[in-house]
Design a protein around this ligand. Sequence first.
Ligand SMILES: Nc1nc2c(ncn2[C@@H]2O[C@H](COP(=O)(O)OP(=O)(O)OP(=O)(O)O)[C@@H](O)[C@H]2O)c(=O)[nH]1
Ligand SMILES: [Mg+2]
Length: 232
Amino acid sequence: MFNIIGQVFTAIFGKAGNDFINSLARGADEVYDFVYVRVFGLPFIVLGARQTGKTTLIEWLRQNVASLGEFASDPTPPGGDAVTTFNSYIGDELMRLKPVRDVGGETDMWETDWVELFREVRPRGIIFLIDHTDVLKHKDALNFVMNMIEEERDAQRHVRSVLLLANKSDLWLKHTTLDKLMAQYGNEVKRLHNQADRLGYKAMIHSSSVTTGVGVRDAMQVFFNAIRPQAR
Ligand SMILES: Nc1nc2c(ncn2[C@@H]2O[C@H](COP(=O)(O)OP(=O)(O)OP(=O)(O)O)[C@@H](O)[C@H]2O)c(=O)[nH]1
Ligand SMILES: [Mg+2]
């Protein structure tokens, strides 16, 4: 849109016209970014097989603390729990975050709660959690999410990034590395990168320990800056 207007302005007013239309476009992007990040909230969803740390991560973001300490969560029930939009420091910047609902990770919730949440939220980003246990279950869950992204075209168009977060690093980082852990998911990671290239989103892989706070802040900063309208 701005391209066409820019060409017309350039034809009529030369370089000054082009500079003017560029400043308008940049201004519009900044306003759009501001409205998402500070007013409406960035829509994102948190998925992953059962007990990987989804509820704990949302609580970490909500409480905005270095480490969660004594926070204890119960398995999230069918239908999930509503989460109101909240402010959280991401790096140095206060951002408004909109996860909408915390869903459970039991297999029978994937077709129902996960797909409904994806359709309803039309998220700009997906955080997908795994841990060091039950590789087959995490593979199934990740393939399910990639199929869902493929099939749900209306929601798919909004996705800017998928963050694969290998959580509970406090339990596995002493014995292995992120690369070795992820080597077990070779096909899935390849598929994720292929899908990301094809559909135009950014795939990223990080490790974290949400309960001790290690790695979470960095991963959240990269993720939320990738899904804001003016990606940084
Ligand atoms: N050691 C360790 N435990 C964690 C970490 N993150 C979460 N947990 C624990 O893992 C268990 C499950 O965490 P939840 O946040 O409830 O996991 P969930 O993905 O929401 O689980 P469902 O709702 O059942 O799908 C809890 O006992 C958490 O305290 C972590 O980084 N390290
Ligand atoms: Mg939960």
